[in-house]
Each structure stands twice: as C-alpha cells, then as structure tokens.
Design a protein around this ligand. Structure first.
Ligand SMILES: *Cc1c(COP(=O)(O)O)cnc(C)c1O
Length: 353
C-alpha cells in the first residue's frame, strides 16, 4: 500500500477513481465511454447539474452565486479575474509563489497594490495587512501550497473579496457570502487536473467599462452553464464523484475535524522530535501542506530520510526546491493511518541516526 503525500496532483478517494473508471468504460449504461458521448446529451447534463448541486450543498453557497466549471487551471483565473473585475486598481496580498503569479497577471489589466509581502521571511509568515477601501477588489491565496502557510478565517473586507483556494477548498467550512469570487484548480482537494472551479457572485460582475473577450467573460459561462465550449468531461465526472465521497463521509465539517487531527499528529511529532523542525510560523501553519526540514546538525541526511520513507510506502514528501527539506500534503482523501506511518518513520529515523 502506498501513502500518497503528493502536493498536487494528489491523492483522491478510491471510490471516485473507481466510479470514473466505470464511466470511462460504460457511461450511465449507454454502452459508450464518457469520452465518446456528446456533452449536450441528457445524461451528461445531469452529471454536470449534480456536480454543481454538490458544490452548492457542501459549501452552503447562497443564491446569487454561480459555480462555473472551466479550463486552464487556477493560472488562467489569475488573468480572467482582473479582466472581469479590475477597473483601475486591485489590492493583493503577497504570500508566495502563487500569489506572485496572480499579481503579475493582474498587472496586464490594471494597477496592483501589494498590501503586504512575506518575502523577507521566505514566506514562512503571513504578514499583517489592511485591506484598502479604494480598490476594485482584494485578492489573497488562502493556502500557500509551497510554503505551508494558511489563512483559515474568512476576512472582513470593505471591497469585493477574492480568494485562490486551489489547495484548501473543501477542507473546512467557508462563509461564501463574504466573497465575490473563490476559484482554484481541481487537482488538490476537488478532483483531477483539467477542470477549474469558479464560484462567483453575479452582482460582482459587469462593473468594469473595459471590453472583455467573450471567452474571458464570466457572464458567457454563466449564461451557457459552462457549456460555451466542450467541457472536460472526465475531470468533471471525477470532481462530481470526489464531492459525492465528501458528502458521504459527512461533508466539510467532518473533513475539517479529520484534517485537524491529521495535522496535529504530524506537527506534534515535528515539534517534539529534535531531529525535525517546522518551517512555517506556528500561528500560520497550514493543515494541508506541512513543511519541515532536518535540524542543521543533520544537514545532508535528507535523502536518507526520503529513502527510509520510501521503504515504508511513503511517496511525495520531498519539499519544494524553494523551501527544501520535506513537505507532506495532507489533503482530504489522505487517511490518518498514512500520517501515522510517516510519524513512525520519523521516530525510526531518529533512533538510527
Ligand atoms: C496548484 C496551485 C495553483 C496552480 O493551479 P493550476 O491549476 O496548475 O493552474 C494555483 N494556486 C495555488 C494556491 C495552488 O496550490
């Protein structure tokens, strides 16, 4: 058995994988693969409706919001968002690599004010910030996948609030009503790469006087129910099955409880084992991506730990090159048993050092 700590694409619920395999062989007893049918057929309409309905139910999305299922990843939203909402100036919080990319994209459309940056601490801390009231919107990244920091509360904002939640969506309850838009790539907690979720409040749109290319205009995809062009049917199906699994285990409240237990188990070991050290500030630690290194005394032994982990079925714990060390991603589908195996490995490593 493998213990999959990959940062994304990452572990998925087995039942979502199995259901997607079945749909690839024989969709809805049509005798055809899901890859072979029209995206305008009745069976497909229902699958897409079910997927949107699950989003609304799981996150308690209020009326007035739309769930769009698009392509191009979160990266494409970095540009699509300012096209739709940036008239003059937008404010961004710089908390790492993905935030930075969102900032660079927005600069193509208008002025960007960076309210605070964690750069000086190599993004190990979420900096203090104040949201200005003279901007079109405020954008932040709720979970910094690479640096292992997370903003787990929904900020109060005097302007439209927008969040990239690629790597912690569906990991806990979110007060969607506070946001003008929430978006992300599916390949962490919501399925597989190829589909991008956008949850957008309709009345936040249509406020800029700039011309928006048709395909880049959210209103096009609202009107066409995300069928303006051919949708990525396989990733959407997988998303639907992933959401179904989440609902079946008790939804975001239950998964938050499990995610907290998993993170606590691993952070406790990091904090009590003198060989390991966490890299993110304690008060900003992510429940999704746990970043840690070896104490300086053991520098150069990283590969020994990776090898020991590998021998125990653990995959995907090498840290991102900009932080080094290790990163264990504890996404929704990862069972606590896998975290226990990792913790046991850390204890074993300490004993044989
Ligand atoms: C993975 C990730 C992205 C990039 O998503 P793509 O779908 O590959 O464009 C953006 N933001 C965050 C926070 C991520 O974790």
């Amino acid at each position: 058995m493998k213990h999959n700590f990959n940062a994304g694409p990452s572990i998925l619920p087995q039942q979502a994988i199995d259901a997607t395999i079945e749909a690839l062989k024989n969709f809805n007893n049509t005798g055809l693969s899901i890859a072979e049918i029209s995206h305008r057929s009745a069976g497909w309409d229902e699958a897409m409706d079910e997927c949107r309905a699950l989003w609304k139910e799981l996150l308690n999305i209020p009326d007035g919001y739309h769930v769009l299922l698009l392509q191009g990843g979160a990266s494409n939203q970095f540009l699509m968002l300012p096209f739709n909402m940036l008239q003059t100036k937008a404010a961004y919080l710089d908390t790492g690599v993905w935030a930075k990319k969102a900032i660079e994209a927005a600069k193509f459309v208008g002025e960007v004010q960076i309210v605070a940056s964690g750069k000086e601490t190599n993004y190990s801390v979420i900096p203090q910030y104040k949201i200005p009231s003279d901007v079109d919107y405020f954008h932040f990244t709720s979970n910094n996948t690479i640096f292992g920091t997370e903003i787990r509360t929904d900020p109060d904002s005097p302007v439209s609030l927008v969040a990239d939640m690629s790597s912690d969506i569906l990991s806990r309850p979110v007060d969607v009503s506070k946001y003008a838009m929430i978006y992300g790539g599916a390949q962490k907690n919501a399925g597989t790469a190829g589909v991008t979720f956008v949850i957008v409040r309709e009345d936040a749109l249509g406020k800029t006087s700039k011309k928006i290319p048709v395909f880049f205009d959210y209103r096009t995809h609202i009107k066409e129910l995300s069928l303006y062009n051919t949708p990525p049917v396989i990733p959407i199906y997988m998303m639907k099955e992933t959401l179904k699994w989440l609902k079946s285990i008790g939804g975001v409240k239950e998964i938050e409880r499990r995610n907290k237990a998993k993170a606590e188990l691993l952070y406790n070991e990091i904090d009590s084992n003198p060989v390991f050290k966490g890299t993110a500030a304690k008060e900003n630690r992510s429940l999704m991506n746990v970043c840690f290194v070896l104490d300086e005394k053991y520098a150069g032994k990283e590969n020994d730990f990776i090898e020991l982990a590998k021998a125990n079925g653990i995959v995907g714990i090498k840290g991102h090159r900009s932080v080094g060390g290790f990163r264990a991603s504890l996404y929704n589908a990862l069972p606590i048993e896998s975290v226990q195996v990792l913790v046991n490995c850390m204890k074993k490593f300490t004993n044989i050092l």
